[in-house]
Design a protein. Structure first.
Length: 482
């Protein structure tokens, strides 16, 4: 009980809704996509900016090699000196003698590195070169990051480099943009997801509240449906139709229980009375045999009633729907009328079939045969002779209409809906044989075939008409060979 109470009290949290989780999932995907794009941009930009520096350094080294080839040490020193003096603020050069002593350049010898190299120039070394100090002053953090290439030219060691602090700053800016962008996107996505998920969560809470009440037995309740026509509305509509069906079945079950208790009590009481009389009086063999036959007949009637109830329950369960096939209803009705024509004559009636040929529907031939047979038998049994029983089959507006009309006393308007209830019988019909389940079976078979039953005054008599949907509209049904 406590667990059930907790279920009733707990609603759908916005943070646990599918909408919110999907929004977060899409946000994560978007962030990953942005990160991939920014990462690619970062790599391409770094490569391009670094490539510019590499090409400039390669050009400087080519100039120095050419000078050394053409004029030896003097020309090499002259070339390094000129470039050092006229170099922009981010270009640095260093020429060392074979013994490592300083010859030319604008940076101290301590920065010599062979091959490609990148290093952060510390503050002590900065003060050893005015050019390094000037370059540091132009940077926001007063730093110089030396990207250089050093190699030996003859006996000399030569280094050319660039201040790569700009590249470093660009990298930091791009990383900061990526981080801040991801944080901003995440915050906006979470807030938006929360806002957009509140309405679905509220609607789901309403649905949960109704379903809890339905579980408690309130089958008359229905789920709320808005005018949006979204997936929640479609689901609610389907559930409402299911609840209507359950409510009908539950009401039918209650009615059946009441009818069984009322209608079967009398034959069971008669059966018990006969058996009790035989037990107390010990009748003669002839009377005993007759009483036993009556008891068996009464038992057979009770068994027949229960079997009919079981058949109706099987039809209402819908299992026979799998046997639906396109069938020629005109031929089926004609065969049933041929069978019952002589039966009607024997009872003093006349059966008048009026059948339009070639009408086809989806259905179960055996059940439809029983449906029409029950209607005809009901008319033969309950209409005083002589009477005319008219069976009509035709098409109107795309629908197929099957009707059975008699010219008997008819059924009062207030009881026309009730005649399709299980075990229901009119007062004037209680003396005639029957279980009161024939029309209940007709109703169950009609519902299975999605046919609408219309009961009207036959003027005189009673007219029961069934309107079958067109062949193309009757659900997703299996066809031959399926």
């Amino acid at each position: 009980m406590r667990e059930r109470a907790r279920e009733r009290g707990s609603g759908f949290s916005v943070l646990r809704t599918t909408t919110y989780r999907l929004a977060l999932a899409y946000t994560l995907i978007f962030i990953l996509a942005v990160a991939a794009i920014m990462g690619l941009t970062y790599a391409v930009a770094t490569h391009e900016i670094r490539g510019i520096s590499v090409r400039e350094i390669d050009h400087d080294m080519a100039v120095f090699e050419s000078a050394f080839r053409e004029g030896g040490e003097a020309e090499l020193r002259h070339s390094v000196h000129e470039r050092s003096e006229g170099a922009p603020g981010d270009s640095f050069f260093l020429l060392l003698a074979p013994d490592g002593s300083f010859l030319e350049g604008n940076i101290p010898p301590v920065l010599w590195r062979e091959g490609w190299n990148q290093q952060l120039v510390n503050e002590e070394v900065l003060h050893l070169s005015q050019d390094l100090m000037d370059a540091a002053a132009t940077n926001s953090d007063d730093e110089v990051r030396l990207f250089s290439f050093g190699r030996e030219i003859g006996p000399y060691r030569l280094l050319a480099g660039r201040n790569s602090h700009v590249l470093h700053e660009i990298q930091e800016i791009m990383l900061a943009c990526l981080l801040l962008g991801c944080v901003a996107i995440s915050l906006v996505a979470m807030v938006s997801a929360y806002v957009f998920s509140r309405e679905p969560a509220r609607r789901l809470n309403e649905i949960a509240e109704v379903t809890h009440k339905v579980v408690a037995g309130r089958f008359e309740l229905r789920l709320p449906v808005t005018k949006r026509g979204d997936e929640i509305d479609r689901l609610s509509g389907d559930v409402n139709r299911m609840l209507s069906r359950i409510e009908t079945l539950m009401e039918s079950l209650r009615q059946v229980s009441t009818d069984i208790a009322h209608d079967l009590r009398t034959p069971l009481a008669r059966l018990r009375q006969r058996l009790d009389t035989m037990a107390r009086q010990r009748p003669e063999p002839a009377r005993f045999e007759r009483a036993m036959e009556e008891a068996i007949e009464e038992s057979d009637t009770i068994i027949e009633t229960f079997n009919a109830l079981l058949r109706i329950a099987q039809v209402e369960a819908g299992a026979r729907r799998a046997r639906f096939r396109p069938l020629d209803l005109s031929k089926l009705v004609d065969n049933v009328c041929d069978t019952y024509g002589e039966v009607a004559l024997d009872e003093g009636h006349r059966l008048d079939p009026r059948i339009e040929p070639g009408l086809t529907i989806q259905g179960d031939g055996e059940l439809l045969t029983q449906l029409l047979a029950n209607l005809i038998e009901n008319a033969i049994r309950h209409v005083p002779a002589p009477a005319k029983i008219e069976v009509r089959l035709g098409a109107q507006g795309g629908a197929v209409i099957l009707s059975v009309r008699d010219d008997g006393p008819g059924v009062p308007a207030e009881e026309r809906e009730a005649i399709f209830r299980r075990l229901y019988r009119l007062d004037r019909s209680r003396t005639t044989p029957g279980t009161g389940l024939g029309l209940a079976m007709v109703s169950a078979i009609a519902d299975l075939h999605e046919a609408r039953i219309d009961v009207s005054d036959g003027e005189p008599g009673l007219c029961v008409a069934l309107l079958f949907p067109p062949l193309t509209e009757l659900g997703a049904l299996p066809r031959d060979g399926a």
